[in-house]
Design a protein around this ligand. Sequence first.
Ligand code: AKB
Length: 319
Amino acid sequence: MAEKILIIGACGQIGTELTLKLREIHGNDQVVASDIREGVDELMQSGPFEILNATDEVHIRQIIETYNIKVVYLMAAMLSATAEKAPKKAWDLNMNSLFHILDMAKEGLIDKIFWPSSIAVFGPTTPKDNTPQITAMEPTTVYGISKQTGERWCEYYNKKFGVDVRSIRYPGIISYKTLPGGGTTDYAIEIFHEALKQNAYTSFLDKDAALPMMYMDDAIKATVEIMQAPAEAIKVRSSYNLAAISFTPEILAANISKHLPDFKISYDPDFRQAIAASWPSSIDDSSARQDWGWDHEFDLDKMTETMLKGVGQTTEQTH
Ligand code: AKB
């Protein structure tokens, strides 16, 4: 029988699309979605759902035992910008949820874990361009510190206890089905909504703040592929660098202008600019490409066209 899957944080930006994809692959009843709140109709109506606080160890165990879960995707986390406003709460959520799942795998209750890391593990002392897999990592945000610490614990549980935990350092993920929640890279989504609503956008990052980004379909493809790869192919047990496209707000705006010639961008950087400035501009993901065959499909043009179409359709539906 196929292994049952639990997604914790299923209603967030990545969790929503990941749940739908895993239900398509494994069957709706095989994939249990959970979150602290309910999600979009498509997710709520397509399979089992449980309200779950990711820090509630007793409740997680209960769900895992009830559904006989063998694989967990732990997508719940407080992202970079929000975490700066509630550092202790962010640390509590990001770290305790991970420990609960790692310990359940150590006990043999579950067989496999996916846990997302982020480009936020890097900091001002990291080489900015083509950031290597192994390099200086001195994150300056609470979110980055929690992800770097999490990576160390994942590797430790793998080496010491044989826990099969797999991870990717997501760049900024761009999508339209569910809005992102409190990240520094969120401008690259807001810009599409505002461009279609009022032909103008004020960016909270500087015009030349280059960051690594990826369209959602590529992020989901990577997540599914790393989990399907044979265990011996996954040589990095902290987290893999992953890359697709890199651009600045100015470059993205110019690309949107190809479709909306009157579109205007202005800049009013806030505290998120300092976070962006501490992160890489582009990423070397050759380890992921070599070890488990990662390859991206969406370039800047394809992503821009898909976003304009997708955001346009969702806006029409809500009016
Ligand atoms: C954020 O901006 O916090 C996230 C991330 C890069 O992990 N999108």
